[in-house]
Design a protein around this ligand. Structure first.
Ligand SMILES: Cc1cc2nc3c(=O)[nH]c(=O)nc-3n(C[C@H](O)[C@H](O)[C@H](O)COP(=O)(O)OP(=O)(O)OC[C@H]3O[C@@H](n4cnc5c(N)ncnc54)[C@H](O)[C@@H]3O)c2cc1C
Length: 447
């Protein structure tokens, strides 16, 4: 029996692995597929390599890592060990679905059967439908049904007898590249549970208040572990209770399932607007590339935007409120395509996930499901005053402004002593760009 690990890099609470283990000794394999590895960016590659080291340790050094196209690699491995069955947790993303069909058909020609089971979601995409029998397009009704359908039983803890292969197989775990971030969360199951324990004991009860304050350690920071399946979301839910903070967190977790559901039903929305009729004109010529660069480097002259972009650069992670603020600035103040920002995020985020990222971007751009209407334009300075009132988050990430007090830090030009010379002047006038964004919105409506 081959068990093909993909985005479920854990042993416990793994239904597909449990099913494989019931049939006999299991050979655990991870295929390093260049189609996925190359676009992952150094931070996610580093985290993945560390997660594989942790998984390998749990299998007593028995994890086989092979580089290449999955169907070729799995053929080769099945031949060498005489395996007749390949098990894996099901994948619902556009690339994963195509790959699994190819692998299934290709292995079947040799009489090897593939079994894609379960999911890395609370409820697998493609399960829930609206009353009219169509896939959900709006979050709240999806959530209302989802919360009533959470399976009663948790994923199964497998009892695995690992196949002895004498370590003669595979290419080994890749040497991790140097991350672009200066510090990243520790990979692996134990690190995930350490973080969860802290979240549960110190943070979750205040989650509904703290989740929007970027200066505070007020969210779970479990996103990279959920991304790679180091933990299953059901394992986390099962350890939470009925406190409003815990329930608020579970509602937020549902967005992950929702966006996976949306992408499952509309694979094209990974790259193209979910709602093409809502897309407005964007700038791609002239100085667009230079303006994009300023945004990427956190040199826009808007402290809260720059703080977010610099947090991403240093941590490979950005607070959710900042993901919204920085994305809105790119789309509605700079009028650049959301796809540029989404690609940049995907390169740097340690939790980068196609469904959550690209639909998060489309929500901001007004082209997605539940779209925040395009005419609702975030004012970066107001957002900053509201969610970072003392300027603590800005001071942490934009040291040029560390001496400024809470009154002027959100808008350094308002400092009677003048803005620090080392900090750039605002690259745009937000009032003008808001009007420009609204004009583009009106032009689209009149098309
Ligand atoms: C423009 C943009 C891009 C984003 N890109 C990603 C991404 O690539 N990967 C990613 O995991 N999340 C993404 N998000 C969603 C959200 O910002 C992160 O999930 C969250 O910041 C992760 O931190 P946390 O684990 O502490 O979250 P918590 O607040 O503790 O939330 C718990 C979990 O719920 C899920 N979740 C929470 N909010 C969302 C949301 N809005 N959409 C989808 N899932 C959510 C995540 O799995 C998260 O780990 C994006 C949001 C925006 C606006």
């Amino acid at each position: 029996m081959i068990f093909w690990f993909r985005r479920d890099l854990r042993i416990e609470a793994n239904d597909a692995l449990a099913e494989a283990a019931k049939r006999g000794p299991v050979l655990g394999v991870f295929v390093l597929d260049d189609e996925l590895w190359t676009p992952s960016g150094p931070n996610r590659q580093w985290f993945l390599a560390g997660s594989l080291v942790d998984l390998d340790r749990q299998i007593d050094g028995g994890l086989i890592v092979m580089r290449g196209e999955p169907d070729r690699v799995l053929h080769e491995l099945a031949d060498r060990v005489g395996a007749r069955h390949v098990y894996a947790t099901d994948d619902f993303g556009p690339y994963g679905r195509k790959r699994d069909t190819t692998v299934g058909e290709s292995l079947a020609t040799k009489g090897i059967s593939t079994h894609f089971r379960s999911s890395n979601y609370v409820i697998p995409p493609g399960t829930l439908f609206s009353k009219s029998g169509t896939p959900y397009k709006v979050f709240t009704p999806f959530y209302k049904l989802w919360i009533t359908q959470v399976p009663g039983a948790s994923p199964t803890d497998p009892d695995v007898h690992w196949f002895e292969h004498g370590n003669k197989l595979g290419d080994g775990i890749p040497a991790p590249p140097e991350p672009t971030a200066s510090s990243l969360p520790a990979p692996g199951e134990a690190a995930a549970w350490d973080r969860f324990d802290r979240f549960r004991s110190e943070i979750v009860k205040g989650y509904n208040q703290s989740r929007d304050l970027p200066a505070v350690d007020g969210t779970s920071r479990l996103s990279p572990y959920l991304k790679w399946g180091t933990v299953h979301p059901r394992q986390v839910m099962d350890r939470l209770g009925d406190h409003p903070g815990e329930q608020g967190w579970i509602r937020q977790l549902c967005w992950r399932d929702f966006y996976a559901e949306v992408l499952f039903n509309r694979p094209d929305s990974a790259r193209w607007p979910y709602n093409p009729g809502a897309a407005v004109e964007t700038d791609t010529d002239g100085d667009a590339a230079a303006r994009f660069e300023q945004w990427c480097e956190g040199q826009t002259g808007f402290p809260i935007v720059d703080a977010g972009m610099r947090q991403l650069a240093h941590k490979g992670w950005m607070h959710n409120r900042l993901r919204m603020i920085t994305a809105s600035f790119l789309v509605k103040d700079l009028h650049l395509p959301w796809q540029w920002g989404a690609r940049f995020f995907m390169h740097h985020l340690v939790d980068g996930d196609l469904a959550s990222n690209n639909h998060g971007w489309q929500w901001v751009a007004g082209t997605g499901t539940d779209a925040s209407p395009f005419y609702r334009v975030f004012n970066p300075t107001t957002q900053s005053t509201k969610f970072d009132p003392d300027g603590e988050y800005i001071r942490r990430w934009v040291p040029e402004l560390s001496q400024l007090g809470p009154k002027v830090i959100h808008d350094p030009a308002s400092d009677p002593n003048g803005a620090p010379a080392s900090y750039p002047a605002p690259m745009v006038d937000h009032r003008d760009e808001r009007l420009e964004a609204l004009a583009r919105y009106a032009a689209r409506k009149n098309d």
